[in-house]
Design a protein around this ligand. Structure first.
Ligand code: GLU
Length: 442
């Protein structure tokens, strides 16, 4: 049974990058008939907030990413302590006494010699240890890497090999006793029987250290899939714009959750970027092999275009709850008349005003408008009415093409562009049409 987890830190709002991680995990779980767990990585007490945690639930719910279980790391500190003692018993953790300033100095000395910033394990020297302990320094704790090659077959990147001799021993516990992300994540992945860790490629190096920790704890090592991160249109990092790319602001902007999901599931893959109407459909199409190695370009304008395309596909039943009925007009007919002109669902209100008014008409050709008003047939009207009526107006006035349609559209809607008039006219109805053709606001 496949078990995956989405493990956000509640230190900010979920943005499209986090949402993509959640979505890819969810789609894979559904495709495999597996489980999707939500784990709140809140060991960083100073930066984690309840409000951000609540926003995570709200945003995932909006996207439709239901979970099969959830927990917070802050509830699980005993599990991490047990794991820590196990590593300690195995001689894989050691106390370090350097201050942040001392470490920083070491790093700049290495940089000056063009060497990688790998921690020098000075705290393992008995003389140093004795001296620093005597000074009363409080230690932080590092995991002792094996300084050998760690390899795995990544489901996106293929074979990966990292020599942990090129890395610093990761800090597991801070001076104040707080766990940093690395150990809790592994301890939870073991405890929650996670089979696949699916996350962004910014975690590839962590993975080498984490595999060593999995092994040291005797846990099964999950499979890993690291997908390329999102970048902007010209390859720039998205980080500066993440505020406007939070799920919350997309929701407030009236973007459809399925447009967001379709876009995030398809960019950077070999599939075409087209809207899908359900997460189930996206799950059926999910395959790690389709995810490319190049960064995926997130372009807000493309998302907007995809949102419009999605709306154009949707049947009325899919939006009925969010498109309030207009008095006397069947919802289906209204939706069918306007959907091709929508970019966001919020545009419906302006479209409704075109039908029920008030519309301030623009009379471009008063004589033509008056003749057209006189020629309006009696109701009931249907989609054929527009064609018959405009033919009659054309025969009477000699107006054709744009000279005929432009003044009629301006009079009936007050706008240069809008929904197809053959669909709109029957909804506007005779009374309002007559009034608008006479130049009256109706
Ligand atoms: N809390 C970590 C993050 O948001 C989780 C990474 C992981 O999936 O292991 O980066």
């Amino acid at each position: 049974m496949v078990v995956v987890r989405f493990a956000p830190s509640p230190t900010g709002l979920l943005h499209v990058g986090n949402a993509r991680t959640a979505l890819l995990n969810w789609l894979f779980a559904k495709k495999m008939g597996g489980k999707f767990l939500l784990r709140i990585d809140d060991t960083d007490a100073a930066r984690s907030t309840k409000a951000f945690e609540e926003a995570i639930y709200r945003d995932l719910d909006w996207l439709g990413l239901t979970h099969d279980g959830t927990d917070r790391q802050i509830n699980r500190l005993a599990v991490y302590s047990t794991a820590f003692y196990k590593l300690q018993a195995a001689g894989r953790v050691y106390p370090c006494f350097e201050t942040e300033a001392e470490l920083e100095r070491q790093r700049s000395l290495l940089a000056a010699r063009r060497l990688p910033p790998v921690y020098n394990r000075a705290s393992l020297e008995p003389a140093n240890k004795a001296k620093w302990e005597a000074e009363g320094r409080k230690p932080h704790w590092r995991f002792k890497l094996s300084r050998s090659k760690v390899s795995w077959t990544d489901l996106v990147r293929g074979p990966v090999e990292i020599d942990t001799a090129t890395m610093s021993d990761p800090v597991l516990v801070r001076e104040d006793g707080a766990f940093l992300y690395t150990l809790p994540s592994v301890a939870d992945d073991i405890d929650m029987a996670i089979t696949h860790v699916v996350r962004g490629e910014d975690h590839v190096t962590n993975t080498a250290a984490q595999i060593e920790i999995f092994e040291a704890l005797g846990g099964p090592v999950p499979k890993f899939a690291h997908f390329p991160l999102l970048v902007g249109a010209s390859g720039e990092a998205l980080s500066k714009r993440l505020g406007s790319l939070s799920l919350e602001s997309l929701r407030e902007d009236g973007v459809e959750p399925m447009a967001v999901a379709s876009y995030l599931a398809k960019i950077g893959t070999s599939d075409s970027v087209e809207p899908r109407q359900s997460l189930g459909e996206l799950a059926g199409e999910f395959d790690f092999a389709k995810i490319g190695r190049a960064p995926a370009h997130f372009v807000p304008e493309e998302l907007t275009a995809l949102n419009a395309k999605l709306l154009h596909l949707l049947p009325y039943s899919a939006v009925a709850a969010r498109v309030p009925p207009l008095s006397g007009i069947p919802g289906e007919a209204f939706w069918d008349a306007i959907k091709a002109n929508l970019t966001k669902l919020g545009d419906v209100a302006a479209m409704a005003r075109l039908v029920t008014g008030p519309v301030t008409p623009v009379i471009e050709d008063a004589a033509l408008a008056a003749t057209a008003a006189a020629l309006l047939p009696p109701e009931p009207w249907d989609e054929g009415t527009w064609g018959l009526w405009t033919k009659a107006v054309s025969a009477e006035t000699g107006a054709k093409g744009r000279g005929l349609f432009h003044p009629l559209r301006l009079a009936l809607t007050g706008l240069e562009h809008g929904p197809e008039l053959k669909k709109l006219l029957p909804l506007i109805g005779r009374d309002r049409s007559v009034a608008r053709l006479k130049g009256e606001t109706a």
